[in-house]
Design a binder for this molecule. Structure first.
Ligand SMILES: C[S@@+](CC[C@H](N)C(=O)[O-])C[C@H]1O[C@@H](n2cnc3c(N)ncnc32)[C@H](O)[C@@H]1O
Ligand code: SF4
Length: 308
């Protein structure tokens, strides 16, 4: 795995200002299984010392990165380390004022990814609970106008917003030029071994989404629409544990942005150990070998899981 890392995702906070029902944070908070924490800039600096060069650093996990009071310092440290070609994070764009976003751009963020699942107030209330869509539109326009870095859009598609998707994309198309990454909703209940709430797309809906997007493309001249998941993977296993590791808010290494619990690798802290050495630990190698043999049960809820 050494030298092959494409991205590393680092969870700089687990706090959030929204309560999206599809999010792991909301689901676990409802069961009393969530703690809001920030990664300090001091711990982030320790962690940085233990990372090899990685193409892109993604500075969010499950939580709103702009709520970390040291986020600009953290971005500045990451940039100054010279370890990343690109630095980014996802944001709901509503957590702080425009000036705070300007500060992270100035500190060295390469591009900002804004999450927009719907610009319809009623649908947004269901899928991005706490979002005021008028404010989100205003914010997108302000950020696009004032930030010196590109803004991309991430749109999570589920049964709750797929029928309204074309309208939201048309509104975005009217706001400016954006690349929109459309990604399926992972089923966070299944990830936690609970019965599914049935909001994620099934195989038929996934195929239909791909057809809709093809049809919509010519009607959205300002948008580059990118489906991040293929309709099927041809039986190929997701490479994330070998290419896209995750570090949780306490600095523990985990396999990927879906399997974000420290127990998978037996609580290996990158505050104390180099990433390359951590990946060579017997218990980490054993997990990866088992993964290569067979997809673990937790992957069943993930949007990136193997599909024949
Ligand atoms: C967990 S959020 C953290 C960053 C920020 N709070 C935000 O919402 O953009 C990161 C991304 O994951 C997406 N996301 C949340 N729950 C998801 C799920 N169950 N499946 C797929 N993506 C999800 C969000 O929409 C967002 O684009
Ligand atoms: S804004 Fe992001 S972190 Fe917050 S609840 Fe929604 S998806 Fe989760």
């Amino acid at each position: 795995m050494k030298g092959d890392l494409d991205t590393i995702q680092i969870e700089v906070t687990t706090q959030c200002n929204l309560k999206c029902p599809g999010c792991l944070r909301t689901a676990r908070a409802e069961r009393g299984l969530w703690a809001d924490r920030h990664m300090s800039a001091a711990n982030f600096a320790r962690l940085l010392d233990h990372l090899p060069p990685v193409r892109v650093g993604i500075l969010n996990g499950t939580g709103e990165p702009m709520l970390n009071p040291e986020i600009a310092e953290i971005v500045g440290l990451a940039r100054a380390s010279g370890k990343f070609q690109g630095l980014t994070f996802n944001t709901n764009a509503l957590a702080r004022g425009v000036r705070a976003y300007q500060a992270v751009a100035k500190a060295g963020l390469s591009f900002l990814s804004v999450s927009v699942d719907s610009l319809d107030p009623q649908v947004a209330r269901v899928v991005r609970t706490g979002t005021k869509t008028e404010k989100l539109v205003e914010r997108l326009v302000q950020l696009a106008k004032t930030l010196p870095i590109p803004i991309t859009i991430t749109t999570v598609v589920s049964r709750d917003n797929r029928h309204e998707l074309a309208e939201t994309l048309a509104k975005l198309d009217g706001l400016g030029r954006f690349t929109v990454f459309l990604t399926e909703q992972s089923d966070v209940e299944i990830l936690d071994g609970l019965p599914s709430k049935g909001r994620s797309l099934d195989a038929r809906e996934r195929a239909q989404l791909a057809v809709w997007i093809e049809k919509l493309r010519p009607q959205m001249p300002n948008l580059e629409l990118i489906l991040t998941q293929p309709v099927n993977t041809g039986g190929v296993r997701c490479p994330a544990p070998f290419r896209h590791p995750f570090v949780d808010v306490e600095g523990f290494l985990t396999p990927c942005c879906t399997l974000t619990d420290a127990h998978h690798y037996g609580r290996v802290s990158l505050l104390d150990l180099d990433l390359v050495a951590a990946l060579a630990l017997p218990r980490v190698k054993a997990w990866c070998d088992a993964y290569a043999e067979r997809e673990p049960a937790a992957c069943a809820g993930c949007q990136h899981r193997q599909r024949d």
